[in-house]
Write a protein that binds this ligand. Structure first.
Ligand SMILES: *[C@@H]1O[C@H](CO)[C@@H](O)[C@H](O)[C@H]1NC(C)=O
Ligand SMILES: *[C@@H]1O[C@H](CO)[C@@H](O)[C@H](O)[C@H]1NC(C)=O
Ligand SMILES: *[C@@H]1O[C@H](CO)[C@@H](O)[C@H](O)[C@H]1NC(C)=O
Ligand SMILES: *[C@@H]1O[C@H](CO)[C@@H](O)[C@H](O)[C@H]1NC(C)=O
Ligand SMILES: *[C@@H]1O[C@H](CO)[C@@H](O)[C@H](O)[C@H]1NC(C)=O
Ligand SMILES: *[C@@H]1O[C@H](CO)[C@@H](O)[C@H](O)[C@H]1NC(C)=O
Ligand SMILES: *[C@@H]1O[C@H](CO)[C@@H](O)[C@H](O)[C@H]1NC(C)=O
Ligand SMILES: *[C@@H]1O[C@H](CO)[C@@H](O)[C@H](O)[C@H]1NC(C)=O
Ligand SMILES: *[C@@H]1O[C@H](CO)[C@@H](O)[C@H](O)[C@H]1NC(C)=O
Ligand SMILES: *[C@@H]1O[C@H](CO)[C@@H](O)[C@H](O)[C@H]1NC(C)=O
Ligand SMILES: *[C@@H]1O[C@H](CO)[C@@H](O)[C@H](O)[C@H]1NC(C)=O
Ligand SMILES: *[C@@H]1O[C@H](CO)[C@@H](O)[C@H](O)[C@H]1NC(C)=O
Length: 854
């Protein structure tokens, strides 16, 4: 106890000393000197401008953290957090200071210490150094924040590289100090808005072998790199990243650690253990715009242990990967590490008073958790009774071979399989629920009055808010019609588009990074109808007609060209909702996505303003014999990679997790250097209100690019985008449209490709107008990847991060594809008609009829 209070007291005295003569400099540059303080509005910037240190608030969180991020990344990529466990909450009074004893202190309310680098060892060392008043805290170009002796920079008192958060930067260490036992390991954030330590961590083997491990809850090991042999990790050779990263393992009597370096200065690189439990290796090429994924460990998401927490179920096909077991609900929204809790408490402890026993709900196709007690029992019924008897028993399973298994405590690492993929799956488990739990009644098939009541309640619950919303919207539109939008004090007043100063040139963001900050902090601008009309010459220059409405070209006073998408009037969405959606979508920024610059909401019009792409879209080049030659093999491969990275961002790295649903060549735009940019992403969100009101042709996807489960049953998931991506890959390689095969033996390009693949003539698929590719092996690999993506079953298709691993790791063998969907010549029109998810037939039946005609 005494030992606890003493340093705090000392700290307090010291703080009083220097707080009292604190001077208020504004900090510029990379250095914080003794007596200076960094306030919430100041930042330190490393000498060459790569890193920035300051205060930030993650997402919508109100908590304030001190962190380091890449100065030029549009969506503040945080690489280090000082006070991840102890946030401050008042920006006005939070400061970082360097005490005259040479330690860093983070204060809130000017005097309360939230975080500091003070330790006794450090204090003892510092007192042996005569001139601590010369201490300085410097943010170095490699992202290391060091406190050092200003007159002798080699003397380092403290450095952030010794205390990594979730990111491993080149030059940083992952290791263990053999004397003190202190480890440097990466620990994931708790969730995307909370940097507190989460469940997943990466570190070196404490026993001293040269392996990296990923663990769940600092204990259960679910991935190992294999031993480092001086060149590669035995089980993860792809981590070398084409020889750009050079690892070294150091082991001596004091410590054992890994570090790595990147030789080529055009690359930035980082490893991060993210909230999904995978270690991602990313790189950033100089003067490009976004992070590229080069490998993920474990290679697939199902390899992560306990992703969904206690009583959570991992389901690769669910849009958020995790769901709760029936009868359970998430403990904390959007934070699966906290798992799920019962909706209704069990009655076991007091069953006498209540007079009701708990029941069991059967769940199929679940991978069973490991920590069961298993013993022989003569029947499933005996097994059930045993579980019922023990109040702590939460589930049982019965199997004729292995007998009765009982589980106590939390159920961890449940995985749902839509198909029996291996022998572990296909199992049935019975989950204990309170007798009053409605799921149980449905599960047992005993439909009682409870269900009817619920239906009535649900109807009311939907009807009342709907009426209110309709009324609200009605009032809203009335205001709008009067030509004035009185919304929160004129927030919706439009800017003049013509005079607006966009900072659109991506390459300039690296040079003048202040403009990035400007854009980041700026709300998505809203323009007046009048100015949009003038900029587009009264909507005279039509670029094309999309499913959501026509697209016009426009030009601003400064010469910047824009594209204006004028949405069909009936998007089924309220104005505020529309505005909110567009603001969200504008925050998605990636080199391979078309940028949304602003919007216009006026006179019943909704318009989206995008950057203009001079080179039209991929289909303009790809399916034309002459123009097709402009896309040489190198360009085509670059386009495939770019689309994959853009799609991965939509699926994984943006906060929104967007499923595109209509990926096809005409939605891949090309910039002046033929870099692909995905367009129309987020449209599914904007039009989700009432899909039938939007042009169903467009929203329901386009025949030829739709996965079977989407086309037939209206089911979509990230795997339906993967399917469309696979079709794109095959089209890019062959230069032919998927649906251009009416008069050949194959139903479509997929069938054609599959035939060639099976007769070992896959190379015949390649576009004949282009001549030989630089490497036939590479081309074959892309065809293989394309075929894997269009497999019939969504579960067989890789995820986009798998696809990227396959593209990057040229030496890892690929799986053999199974037969693609729509190949067997079966007649699509004989199946149920093309449905949108709302169950309304699509107007695209023309295409279907054409196939019917065969
Ligand atoms: C800040 O300190 C003052 C005086 O010590 C105290 O009255 C106030 O409640 C503190 N505010 C917060 C947010 O802790
Ligand atoms: C400490 O700093 C003082 C004043 O700057 C200087 O005179 C003295 O030589 C320094 N001592 C050492 C050991 O560097
Ligand atoms: C800044 O320095 C770091 C580390 O030395 C280097 O990796 C990076 O390429 C440099 N960036 C610029 C813009 O010079
Ligand atoms: C580390 O050493 C301990 C004790 O020798 C052993 O029980 C454990 O299995 C070792 N762990 C690994 C990963 O080798
Ligand atoms: C994680 O481990 C700690 C002890 O190491 C334990 O108390 C805690 O319950 C574990 N968390 C879960 C979710 O199992
Ligand atoms: C990486 O280096 C190893 C040996 O150092 C070499 O065998 C391999 O071909 C190199 N790979 C690439 C892609 O350069
Ligand atoms: C290990 O630590 C001791 C004491 O700090 C030091 O003398 C020795 O040089 C260190 N050994 C290595 C290999 O760094
Ligand atoms: C990268 O640099 C390291 C050490 O600086 C060197 O050992 C390695 O051979 C270099 N790799 C390449 C591909 O140049
Ligand atoms: C670094 O990488 C870039 C992009 O791949 C390449 O153009 C350049 O030649 C490389 N530089 C060196 C020194 O290897
Ligand atoms: C379980 O797997 C079987 C066999 O593949 C399948 O028919 C069934 O629909 C699956 N059940 C669920 C609930 O996913
Ligand atoms: C739009 O966003 C604001 C602020 O985030 C929120 O308060 C409001 O409820 C949202 N409105 C709708 C209709 O989603
Ligand atoms: C969608 O729009 C149609 C046609 O306007 C209308 O009949 C239908 O009720 C709407 N559906 C919903 C769920 O709002």
């Amino acid at each position: 106890m005494c030992v606890e209070t003493k340093p705090r007291f000392l700290l307090f005295v010291l703080l009083l000393l220097f707080v009292s003569h604190r001077t208020c400099f504004s900090i510029v540059g990379d250095t914080l000197l003794v007596g200076q303080s960094l306030s919430a509005s100041d930042t330190l910037i490393s000498q060459n401008g790569t890193f920035e240190l300051g205060f930030f608030q993650p997402g919508a969180s109100l908590s304030i953290y001190l962190g380091i991020w890449y100065k030029n990344s549009a969506d503040k990529t945080i690489v280090w957090v000082a006070n991840r466990e102890s946030p401050a909450n008042d920006p006005a009074s939070s400061t970082l200071e360097l005490s005259d004893d040479g330690f860093l202190v983070l204060l809130t309310n000017f005097t309360e210490t939230v975080w500091s680098t003070f330790t006794w060892e450090f204090s003892a060392r510092a007192s042996s150094v005569p001139n601590t008043s010369k201490a300085e805290a410097v943010l170095l170009d490699d992202g290391n924040f060091v406190v050092r002796d200003g007159s002798n920079p080699a003397t380092i008192y403290w450095q952030s590289f010794d205390y990594p958060t979730d990111t491993w930067l080149p030059g940083g260490k992952l290791g263990i100090n053999k004397h003190t036992g202190q480890v440097q390991r990466l620990i994931s954030w708790k969730n995307s808005e909370d940097p507190a330590p989460g469940m997943f961590s990466v570190g070196i083997d404490p026993n001293g072998s040269s392996q990296l491990f990923i663990e769940w809850n600092r204990s259960h090991r679910y991935w190992s790199s294999g031993d480092w042999n001086g060149e590669i990790f035995a089980l993860a050779p792809e981590m070398r990243l084409n020889n750009i990263s050079t690892f070294s393992h150091v082991s001596n009597e004091n410590e054992s650690y890994f570090t790595y370096s990147v030789n080529n200065t055009s690359y930035l690189s980082r490893f991060v253990i993210d909230v999904s439990g995978r270690m991602q290796q990313l790189y950033w090429l100089e003067y490009q715009w976004s992070w590229y994924l080069s490998s993920s460990q474990p290679r697939d998401q199902a390899g992560v242990y306990g992703l969904c927490g206690a009583f959570g179920v991992f389901n690769e096909n669910s849009s958020s990967y995790c769901e709760c077991l029936k009868g359970f609900k998430p403990l904390v929204q959007n934070d699966w590490s906290s798992g799920c809790v019962r909706k209704s408490p069990l009655q076991c402890q007091n069953k006498r008073s209540v007079g009701k026993e708990d029941g069991f709900l059967k769940i199929s196709n679940l991978t069973l958790p490991a920590n069961s007690k298993t013993y022989q029992k003569e029947s499933a019924e005996r097994c059930r009774l045993d579980c019922l008897e023990i109040c702590s028993c939460v589930a049982y399973a019965y199997n004729n071979n292995s007998g009765c298994s009982l589980w106590e405590g939390d159920l961890i690492n449940l995985q749902q399989h839509s198909e029996v993929a291996d022998d572990r799956a296909g199992a049935e488990i019975y989950i204990r629920l309170a007798a009053s739990e409605p799921e149980l009644q449905i599960g047992n098939g005993s439909t009682g009055t409870g269900n009817i009541k619920r239906t009535v309640r649900t109807t009311l619950a939907v009807a009342i808010p709907t009426t209110l919303i309709t009324f609200g919207l009605f009032m809203y539109f009335r205001c709008l019609r009067k030509g004035k939008l009185i919304h929160r004090g004129n927030e919706y007043t439009g800017h003049d588009l013509l005079l607006f100063d966009f900072d659109t040139d991506p390459s300039s963001t690296n040079k003048e990074s202040s403009s990035v900050d400007k854009r980041k902090n700026m709300e998505l601008p809203l323009f007046s109808y009048e100015s949009v009309s003038v900029a587009t010459g009264q909507f005279s220059d039509k670029l094309g007609e999309g499913g959501f409405g026509p697209v016009y070209k426009g030009k601003l006073s400064k010469g910047l060209e824009i594209a204006v998408k004028r949405l069909s009037e009936r998007s089924g969405q309220g104005l505020e909702e529309f505005r909110n959606e567009t603001i969200l979508i504008a925050k998605l920024q990636h080199r391979n996505l078309v940028r949304l610059l602003g919007s216009c909401i006026e006179r019943d019009e909704k318009m989206l303003i995008y950057e203009y792409m001079p080179n039209k879209s991929l289909d303009f080049f790809l399916f034309d014999a002459n123009r097709g030659q402009i896309l040489d093999w190198g360009t085509r491969i670059r386009i495939i990679e770019g689309i994959a990275q853009g799609l991965l961002y939509l699926h994984r790295y943006s906060r929104l997790r967007i499923i595109h649903r209509d990926l096809k060549p005409s939605n891949i735009l090309l910039d002046s250097e033929m870099n692909p940019k995905i367009s129309d992403f987020g449209m599914a969100r904007i039009f989700r209100g009432n899909e039938t009101q939007a042009n169903t042709n467009r929203i329901a996807g386009t025949y030829g690019y739709m996965s079977p489960e989407y086309a037939m049953e209206g089911l979509f998931s990230i795997k339906s985008d993967v399917f469309s991506f696979g079709v794109l890959v095959l089209e890019i390689v062959s230069g032919r449209k998927n649906t251009s095969f009416y008069h050949s033996d194959s139903l479509n390009l997929l069938g054609h490709a599959w035939k060639l693949w099976n007769s070992n003539k896959a190379l015949d698929l390649m576009d004949p107008s282009l001549g030989d590719p630089p490497s036939t092996a590479t081309l074959l690999r892309y065809i293989n990847i394309g075929l894997l993506c269009v497999q019939e079953s969504p579960a067989d298709r890789p995820t986009m991060s798998d696809v990227i691993s396959m593209i990057v790791n040229e030496h890892v063998a690929l799986p053999e594809p199974r037969q693609p969907a729509f190949v067997a010549g079966r007649n699509v029109a004989e199946q149920r008609p093309l449905m949108s998810s709302s169950g309304v037939p699509s107007v695209n039946s023309m295409t279907i009829t054409a196939i019917d005609g065969r």
